[in-house]
Design a protein around this ligand. Structure first.
Ligand SMILES: [Zn+2]
Length: 91
């Protein structure tokens, strides 16, 4: 495990970026891509899964390219909890 990529020891890890919500202390949470089967996640929506690590929100993709685009767009694109927080509600 490294501080730069804290989830890269997980089974099925593909990539991650700090594109999550702003956390106490000012850093952003992680958005991680996994191979769904290797991480024992549901494959119904596609074999590549982006995860908001802060809230545990998952989104499946049929291509790794699409998963990476979602990751770069940030957790706000797929995590309802992040969206609510961004809109000024309580996270
Ligand atoms: Zn979130």
């Amino acid at each position: 495990m490294s501080k730069l990529k804290p989830h890269n020891y997980h089974a099925g890890y593909v990539a991650e970026l700090r594109r999550g919500p702003v956390l106490p202390g000012g850093k952003r949470g992680w958005v991680t891509i996994y191979n769904a089967r290797k991480q024992m996640l549901d494959e119904d929506g596609g074999r590549w899964v982006t995860v908001c690590q802060t809230h545990g929100t998952l989104l499946n993709h049929t291509s790794q390219c699409a998963a990476r685009a979602t990751m770069k767009g940030g957790s706000i694109k797929f995590c309802d909890d992040c969206r609510d927080a961004e809109l000024g509600g309580e996270a």
